[in-house]
Design a protein around this ligand. Structure first.
Ligand code: GRG
Length: 350
């Protein structure tokens, strides 16, 4: 799929930004992965965590995750940027760029205001930190007691349980600290954007934990209904996906209507992602997944596969992806980065 994604290179320097147009999902993904790796290292240098905490954090944050949530931040940012020529709404200051007819030039003007672009980098980092904390805690012996994650031994196996617990804790606090931390490789944080990001992020981080509780409550419940299962995953999996897309939009100065479209899309994609996860748990293998296949059954989890069977679950995922695409297409057209990420998600095998 070719689309008009135009975004900063994601390799921004302290004082200047290089802007490179992308026209494929692969370019976006490569660029995001490279930038995020540099930002993770800069954050850990800044945080100066004692041993073995710092080692455990680096270990879990440099594993082979898919970076779904940072990609959603970046793609929402890029899609909104590409559809607008006015960033006044982000800061309340007059930073209006020139006409949309020349989008790349307008974008370069926008991105010269590094605050917007670098706040997007902070948001991408925040969602990955929070997500990784949830995985580290989810794998602990008191939760799912898993020994494999992202193709490598889990944190409590490599380190010890106390270190893994603390690593999850500090990743969570860093996910909030990053919005206003003064780190040399980031432009100074923008207070207006930071407070908007926090307002979106904090309640959804809290909902993720509520969802985990509902999920534990639902274990071994053969009578769970689809709407009850939906309530679990709207919070457990969906809330952070929603935060990711909304935060990308906020950094780009999305209008209220655009934010609503991003939110609607995220709600469908979040559920679709979970349905897929349930399917892959029974159809995938441990090597491809990088985590133990069949663990839902082992833990007697309530899943979409258990509720409706594999085939109906596949149909359901397909219809949810279609609804997610529809929400974006109606607002932003049919040629943008969010749609490219949705396409990649739809095809995923792990
Ligand atoms: C607060 C302990 C605690 C948990 C919160 C998110 C969560 C609840 C637990 C993580 C385990 C899990 C199976 C969550 C469902 C969402 C999901 C499919 C997570 C896996 O996300 P991917 O596939 O993982 O994006 P990678 O490794 O690619 O980043």
């Amino acid at each position: 799929m070719s689309f008009h994604l135009v975004i900063g290179s994601f390799m921004s320097l302290p004082s200047t930004s290089q802007f490179v147009p992308f026209d494929s999902f692969e370019q976006l993904s490569y660029s995001l992965r490279t930038q995020l790796a540099a930002d993770i290292e800069a954050l850990f240098t800044y945080a100066n965590l004692p041993s073995p905490l710092g080692d455990a954090c680096r270990y879990v944050m440099t594993g082979e995750g898919k970076l779904v949530r940072p990609l959603l931040v970046a793609s929402a940012f890029a899609s909104i940027i590409a559809s607008t020529d006015d960033v006044t709404s982000v800061t309340g200051q007059a930073e209006t760029t020139s006409a949309i007819a020349d989008k790349p030039a307008g974008l370069a003007t926008l991105l010269r205001h590094e605050a917007h672009y670098d706040m997007c980098r902070r948001a991408a980092l925040a969602v990955e930190l929070l997500h990784t904390y949830s995985l580290v805690h989810d794998d602990l012996p008191c939760m799912d007691d898993d020994e494999l994650r992202r193709g490598q031994p889990t944190a409590h196996i490599v380190f010890d349980e106390a270190t893994a617990l603390l690593a999850g804790d500090v990743l969570q606090t860093l996910a909030f600290e990053i919005f206003s931390a003064e780190i040399p490789t980031f432009a100074p944080f923008n207070e207006v954007i930071a407070s908007q990001l926090l307002a979106v992020f904090a309640p959804r981080a809290r909902r993720m934990v509520s969802g985990q509780t509902l999920d534990l409550n639902a274990e071994a419940n053969p009578d769970i209904t689809q709407s009850q299962l939906e309530a679990v995953h709207r919070d457990k999996t969906g809330a952070l996906i929603e935060a990711a897309m909304l935060m990308g939009g906020i950094c780009a100065g999305a209008t209220a209507q655009e934010r609503m479209a991003l939110q609607e899309c995220a709600q469908h994609i979040g559920l679709a992602f979970q349905v897929q996860d349930d399917i892959l748990d029974v159809t995938g293998n441990t090597d491809d997944l990088g985590k133990p296949a069949g663990s839902d059954e082992k833990l007697d989890k309530s899943t979409y596969v258990k509720l409706m069977g594999v085939d109906a679950a596949k149909d359901y995922a397909q219809s949810l992806f279609a609804e997610g695409r529809g929400a974006i297409t109606r607002e932003l057209g049919d040629d943008n980065a969010v749609l490219a990420v949705i396409e990649w998600l739809w095809q995923r095998q792990k």
